[in-house]
Write a protein that binds this ligand. Structure first.
Ligand code: URP
Ligand code: ZN
Ligand code: ZN
Length: 460
């Protein structure tokens, strides 16, 4: 099987030029001007942008959480991802308390294998760094190809670990070249505020937002960064929302420390006014919550300053009837929202189209940096000879409206309902196969492969 993509404007993290791309089987084999090669399929990309396939390194598919399961499974979630130009995801496996890492991994392989449309890798969220988990790390990294571990400094009583466990996992991960990622908010302060609001009968979704003020993120981010500095581990903060937390990252650069940072479209685009809609605000109940307009500005600046390297989605959808479990108590609203389909287009529309970021920066944020940080580059994350042929052909001018009526998420609402977006993924190719063309699905379920990832060196 071969594909020839003609005359596209190829954008990578560093380049911008017009050329043809020749794909044989799963790989890009030739790039050049006016290629005269016979191909099974020829695609005219004149007037279009040609990006590397998007990589979303923060998703929760088919995940048991707060009394339900996230509503997208591997089949529906990865198909929605492909519609929006994301060809690879890294999903979160959750270790159960006192359970082993391998057991958790086996469960998630069972969920994904044969069901995934896109390629996928796993991070493991370590919720109990006991002796057996410690003994498993080497094998999980070197044999299973899972080279990043997430920790939670919040969700007290469920996922949260303490600083002793954090130091333990950081020291082991450092020895093995793995990345330690974190949900950085202070679980004790949040828990205290929740108990206070409950006593005062303040139970609407607004109090979800008020129970996680910016200080909870600033404190935990700073503590995590200090522990990472002490242990010298490769560190990564997921879903950063606030200018104050970003200042902790900026301060660490003064001692030549690099902590990788991710933010999400919802934190760049939406603001805390979403919590003034009565119970409808449950749609935006996620952790951390959406913050102020001034935080949006700090985050956009942080992308250009190189302090934030990745835009992921934290895709964790729940149906509205599951959100309604918390109608009389915000602590029972499952945390999370859908977004896996919209990231590449939203960051183009709100970022490139509005002049906030360059085209090269868009590719860095949506693909290349995640591939580098999580040990997949240059197989994934770029358009180069020898790389996997994961490619998005993008119309920068096509306008469309986001709606739950038309999105592909398995979720009956959208947190971006009615928003106009400029730019559309027209053709999406995954490992040499056209997956999506003009909204039509051409790939079969189960084509998506597990990605075994490598460890990375310091300061990539
Ligand atoms: O609210 C969120 N973010 N739900 C998913 C779990 C997490 O904290 O990442
Ligand atoms: Zn989180
Ligand atoms: Zn998450």
């Amino acid at each position: 099987m071969s594909i020839l993509i003609k005359n596209g404007r190829i954008i990578t993290a560093s380049d911008d030029y017009i050329a043809d791309i020749f794909i044989e089987n799963e790989i890009i084999t030739t790039i050049g001007k006016n290629l005269k090669l016979n191909a099974d399929e020829v695609i005219d990309a004149g007037g279009k942008l040609v990006f590397p396939g998007g990589i979303d390194p923060h998703t929760h598919l088919d995940m048991p959480f707060m009394g339900s399961f996230s509503s997208d499974n591997y089949e529906t979630g990865t198909l929605a991802a492909l519609h929006g130009g994301t060809t690879s995801i890294i999903d979160y496996v959750i270790q159960s308390k006192a359970g082993s890492l391998k057991e958790a991994l086996k469960t998630w392989h069972g969920r994904a294998s044969g069901n995934s449309y896109s390629d996928y890798g796993f991070h493991i969220a370590v919720t109990d760094f006991n002796d057996s988990a410690k003994d498993e790390l080497k094998n999980v990294i070197e044999i299973e190809g899972v080279t990043s571990f997430k920790t939670f400094m919040a969700y007290k009583g469920a996922l949260m670990i303490d600083d002793k466990q954090m130091i333990g996992i950081m020291q082991e991960a450092e020895k093995l070249g793995a990345v330690v990622a974190v949900h950085a908010t202070n679980g004790d302060i949040i828990d205290h505020l929740i108990q206070q609001f409950k006593k005062e009968n303040k139970l609407s979704p607004l109090y979800h937002y008020l129970s996680q003020p910016e200080i909870t993120e600033i404190e935990a981010s700073g503590r995590f960064i200090d522990l990472a500095n002490m242990t010298k581990v490769n560190s990564y903060i997921v879903h950063m929302t606030s200018g104050g937390a970003l200042d902790k990252v900026r301060m660490a650069t003064l001692r030549n420390q690099k902590t990788y940072v991710e933010t999400c479209p919802q934190y760049l685009i939406l603001d805390a006014s979403v919590y003034n809609k009565g119970f409808e605000s449950a749609k935006w109940v996620m952790s951390p919550p959406i913050r102020e307009k001034s935080d949006q500005e700090s985050l956009w600046a942080g992308l250009n300053q190189g302090l934030i390297q990745v835009v992921a989605t934290d895709h964790c959808p729940f149906m509205w009837n599951e959100k309604k479990n918390g109608e009389h108590d915000f602590t029972k609203i499952p945390n999370g929202a859908p977004g896996i389909e919209h990231r590449v287009e939203l960051i183009y529309s709100e970022g490139v189209n509005k002049g906030r970021i360059s085209l090269n920066k868009h590719v860095e944020l949506c693909s290349t940096n995640a591939a580098k940080i999580f040990g997949m580059f240059p197989k994934k994350g770029t358009i180069a000879i020898g790389s996997d042929a994961d490619i998005v052909i993008f119309d920068p001018n096509e306008k469309h409206i986001i709606s739950a009526k038309t999105h592909h998420h398995r979720c009956d609402f959208s947190i971006y309902e009615g928003m106009e977006v400029t730019g559309k993924c027209k053709t999406v190719i995954l490992r040499g196969k056209t997956a999506i063309n003009n909204g039509k699905v051409l790939l079969e379920k189960g084509y998506g492969k597990f990605i075994k990832r490598n460890t990375i060196s310091k300061n990539i």
